[in-house]
Design a protein around this ligand. Structure first.
Ligand SMILES: *[C@@H]1O[C@H](CO)[C@@H](O)[C@H](O)[C@H]1NC(C)=O
Ligand SMILES: *[C@@H]1O[C@H](CO)[C@@H](O)[C@H](O)[C@H]1NC(C)=O
Ligand SMILES: *[C@@H]1O[C@H](CO)[C@@H](O)[C@H](O)[C@H]1NC(C)=O
Ligand SMILES: *[C@@H]1O[C@H](CO)[C@@H](O)[C@H](O)[C@H]1NC(C)=O
Ligand SMILES: *[C@@H]1O[C@H](CO)[C@@H](O)[C@H](O)[C@H]1NC(C)=O
Ligand SMILES: *[C@@H]1O[C@H](CO)[C@@H](O)[C@H](O)[C@H]1NC(C)=O
Ligand SMILES: *[C@@H]1O[C@H](CO)[C@@H](O)[C@H](O)[C@H]1NC(C)=O
Ligand SMILES: [Zn+2]
Length: 509
């Protein structure tokens, strides 16, 4: 589940045809021969049989493995992580690839490489006058200060919102630009500061809140850039407006790298290839932690369902996807849908998103994807989830279907979609405590995007329940699309654009 109010949208265009592919290293020292599955006839998949094969023990074995893999990120990040570009993420890709490879010829696997930008801030510090502002935070994809050393200078107030180079007084050269948020992307402000020779930049908010954001596509003119809350900026602006001198120290030890990462796609070799059931989870975590719930849980649920599915035959093709770069702004799923030819788009009957299946303070959340706003069929999928929870006598809630996970690119390209989740940084209500247990007033996932998203951050009850529901969704549509709307156009309705809170260009500023 990605957080940012501000999208970085940084899948770079794959340059020349035949661009390099990411080599996913194999975990095992010797290449394992795929298990040859005997070609005896298999029963057509059915939901209850597939659900019965889902067990918490098997999921937990995978979770332990996933945490070991996250530790591969320790060398570079000093803690476990599976962020794109890290050894922890490469290990995750290898684990997914090998798991599917071992299932023999039941699936065909492909790695879809795509270029992305990965940023990492190792250390940073901002001092304004005599204060170390609490809200100061490095912008995503910020470059370091010169030679990764502190820079000293005057804080220089920029006119307007710093969207034009002419907003920057010449005195900003060698000093630190103080720029108001708004009107243009953060990256433009930083670039303009750099063009005028500023040594660093601070973007302060127009309201009292902090600013978190990203500079977006790297530019050689970007300078080290911090966000600052309007509340902490206000007294400083007063001084600067009275032409009082405010000195500043900025220090940023950071790196921005262009990397290759990859989506992994596994499709059944049996089943009608013109009518595919598609589902996905994201293979990456944020840099701050190992991401065992977000989205290790969904990643492992899909691996387990894919494994158990091999005991059955399917009528419709089933296509599993493990997306990369979700946390940087849904990069992998966007790239996948954007590069899908029209006729391939039309073969996908629906897309099901499984991001965060086991939040410790969970609610059973169903995306409220209706046909009024989304491609025809989204509501039938939503109702499949509702019917199942009702049948199990479990409570559920609706949550907005507003572009916060990998379904976004599918909906925008006319493919019906939906999914379930168990909650991120939202707060559980009293009512929900009665419905699901847990603790009102706390986040659904108190370790959301943190170091503690580890093996202790899984509610096994929720994880097993939701993995069975994933199995139900796969079995239902792999068996038949009877009653499910046919695909129509591959373009989104305007109605969906109004729902988006997380992934539009307006969110850059
Ligand atoms: C995907 O990556 C694995 C590991 O590097 C490699 O063995 C395999 O050939 C690749 N598959 C495709 C279809 O490129
Ligand atoms: C799966 O079902 C199809 C159609 O019913 C059949 O032709 C095929 O042999 C079956 N495959 C297996 C492995 O059972
Ligand atoms: C589901 O599959 C199992 C195992 O093949 C079989 O025993 C059972 O009868 C099937 N149930 C239905 C409803 O088809
Ligand atoms: C679900 O979305 C529809 C609009 O698409 C809206 O009318 C309805 O109130 C929503 N339901 C809930 C419970 O949010
Ligand atoms: C569902 O929620 C109600 C309160 O709205 C509660 O009384 C009931 O126990 C809950 N059911 C389950 C299975 O948790
Ligand atoms: C998982 O959630 C259920 C229901 O709220 C609770 O009874 C159980 O103790 C939780 N398990 C863990 C390991 O937190
Ligand atoms: C949606 O699908 C249903 C069932 O297939 C169909 O009756 C209806 O006309 C479709 N609606 C639209 C707007 O295409
Ligand atoms: Zn997330």
């Amino acid at each position: 589940m990605y957080m940012m109010v501000i999208s970085s949208a940084l899948a770079l265009c794959a340059g020349a045809a035949g661009a390099a592919a990411l080599q996913i290293p194999l975990l095992s020292s010797h290449k394992q021969a795929p298990i040859q599955v005997a070609d005896e006839p298999k029963p057509l998949v059915n939901s209850s049989a597939l659900q019965d094969l889902i067990s918490g023990d098997r999921l937990m074995v995978r979770a332990k493995k996933m945490f070991e893999i996250a530790k591969l990120g320790e060398d570079e990040y000093n803690h476990p992580t599976r962020v794109i570009g890290s050894a922890g993420h490469l290990g995750t890709l290898s684990y997914i690839y090998e798991t599917i490879l071992q299932l023999g010829d039941y699936y065909s696997i492909s790695n879809q490489s795509f270029p992305a930008v990965s940023g990492n801030v190792f250390e940073s510090r901002l001092v304004l006058g005599n204060e170390v502002p609490k809200s100061a935070a490095p912008m995503g994809l910020t470059p370091p200060t010169k030679d990764k050393q502190p820079v000293y200078g005057a804080l220089v107030l920029v006119e307007n919102e710093g969207c034009q180079p002419s907003d920057f007084p010449d005195t900003v050269g060698g000093n630190i630009a103080f720029i108001k948020r708004g009107t243009c992307p953060f990256g433009t402000k930083s670039e303009n500061a750099g063009l005028k020779g500023a040594a660093a930049a601070v973007v302060y908010n127009y309201d009292k809140d902090p600013v978190a954001g990203t500079l977006g596509t790297p530019s050689p003119n970007h300078v080290a850039t911090f966000g600052l809350s309007g509340a902490e900026a206000a007294p400083i602006i007063k001084k600067l407006e009275k032409n009082e001198y405010v000195d500043a120290i900025a220090y940023m030890d950071a790196e921005v790298n262009q990397i290759l990462t990859a989506n992994i796609i596994a499709q059944t070799t049996e089943g009608d290839p013109d009518n595919c059931v598609m589902l996905g989870a994201h293979s990456d975590s944020v840099a701050e932690g190992p991401g065992i719930n977000d989205d290790g849980s969904g990643t492992m649920s899909l691996l387990e369902v894919a494994t158990q599915l091999t005991k059955f035959n399917v009528s419709n093709c089933v296509r599993f996807a493990w997306w990369a770069g979700e946390e940087e702004g849904l990069l992998g799923s966007d790239y996948y849908v954007a590069t899908l030819p029209e006729e391939e788009n039309m073969k996908i009957r629906l897309f099901m998103d499984y991001d965060m299946m086991a939040s410790p303070n969970f609610a059973y959340q169903v995306y409220n994807a209706t046909n009024a706003v989304n491609p025809n069929g989204s509501e039938e999928l939503r109702d499949l989830y509702l019917d199942w929870y009702k049948e199990q006598v479990l409570n559920y809630t609706f949550i907005p279907f507003d572009g916060r996970s990998d379904y976004d690119g599918f909906i925008r390209n006319g493919i019906p979609g939906g999914g379930i989740a168990t909650g991120a940084e939202g707060i559980k209500t009293e009512e929900e405590e009665e419905m699901f247990g847990g603790k009102a007033g706390d986040w659904y996932d108190p370790c959301y995007h943190q170091l503690c998203d580890n093996l202790g951050n899984l509610n096994m009850t929720a994880w097993v329940v939701n993995t069975k529901l994933i199995a139900h969704s796969v079995a239902t549509y792999a068996r038949s699309f009877k009653g499910f709307p046919k695909r129509t156009a591959s373009v989104a309705s305007a109605a969906y654009e109004n729902e988006i809170k997380y992934h539009g260009s307006k969110l850059f500023i």
